[in-house]
Design a protein around this ligand. Sequence first.
Ligand code: KE4
Length: 429
Amino acid sequence: MKTDLSAEFFSKAKTVIPGGVNSPVRACKSVGCDPLFVKKAQGAIITDVDGNEYIDFVGSWGPMILGHTHPALVEAVRETALDGTSFGAPTPLEVELAELVCDSVPSLEKVRFVNSGTEATMSAIRLARGYTGRNVVVKFDGCYHGHADSFLVKAGSGVITLGIPGSPGVPDDIVKNTVSIPYNDSDTLEKTLRDETLDIACVIIEPVAGNMGVIVPELSFLKKLRELTSELGIILIFDEVITGFRLALGGAQERFGITPDLTCLGKIIGGGLPVGAYGGKAEIMNTVAPDGPVYQAGTLSGNPLAMAAGLALVKELRKPGFYDELEEKSNWFAEGLRKVGGNASVPTVLNRIGSMMTCFFTGSPVTDFESAMKSDTDLYGRHFRQMLEGGFWLAPSQFEAAFVSAAHDRSQLEKALIMTESSFKKLAN
Ligand code: KE4
């Protein structure tokens, strides 16, 4: 596989961009190869600058639920751009998208658009702290909520971890108010939330974990979380940056029937353009400036191009049968992967919900950060490189999700199963 141009771009990139990439995971360090530079994408296919084509299971880390360059999205962005790209003033487009998002996600009475998932989550915890007057944020080991200081906690193992900086530059004073506890552990959850030495403002959770690989929570754990936060007056924030509009029109909260107080969105609602959002009960959202004292702002928030793309995408998702069809295809594919894995001599575990899934290279169930970390990341790296050689673009990390889109057709998925089986066989040697 010729990758000369990618190599050329990468060496140039490294002279002017840290690590040669604008987001660390793209550097492919954990899978033992250099990044490929992308020229274009269409449907389920992504093409690198050397002309190599791949069937894409990353989907830009989630936004591409329709596949790439869906005509409705391209047309919407093209048309909108002719009238201007940004005004720093409200437009009808953001009102229309806000109405559609609130109509799709019943717990959202009001929503504020921002420019990334990180902005959404960091604003949501500021709002929770401002609304409650308390400071402590509880998160879960292995959940990722973007790179705001409060979230970069290297959660130790053990029962309760008072945050210690997970990155240089994050002062102890910031993370001392972040407590990270094990995912799917109801006992530790109850003990933590009832700990009166902690003035807890909110709990933030990925209602399906996507950032330690896909981990589906026990429903009893999510129900316990909702019960306890309601009883104790703690704001419950669902970080649905991945799961929002992915698992259902109403996201994980619709799928599980659990209503958070605040929801964070991103990825899909921008159709690949930079959009994040946070929203929830009007009583809480009315605390946000300019109506209330909790400050949050953004030059490009509600950007018309991003709003147009989001509108075009969400309208496609609201068409009858969209999720049924995606579920059927994703389930068929996952069962195929399980069958291939079952016949392989390398142990694998497949976790799936909806059109997001992860194949873990481990022999035991993956239910939390600790069990996820038992995966053989070297094997994953070899699998990644073999699949890439075979024309399949997987996430360059064992601890991410693979996504099936509406654009993946049965023959592409069948080819992926065949290549996976061949890769697993080579791994056994
Ligand atoms: P962004 O700031 O990257 O738009 O969103 C942060 C974020 C928040 N919450 C969840 C659940 C997320 O998954 C993310 C970002 N996801 C990662 C990949 N899983 C982004 C990829 C990257 O960092 O390059």
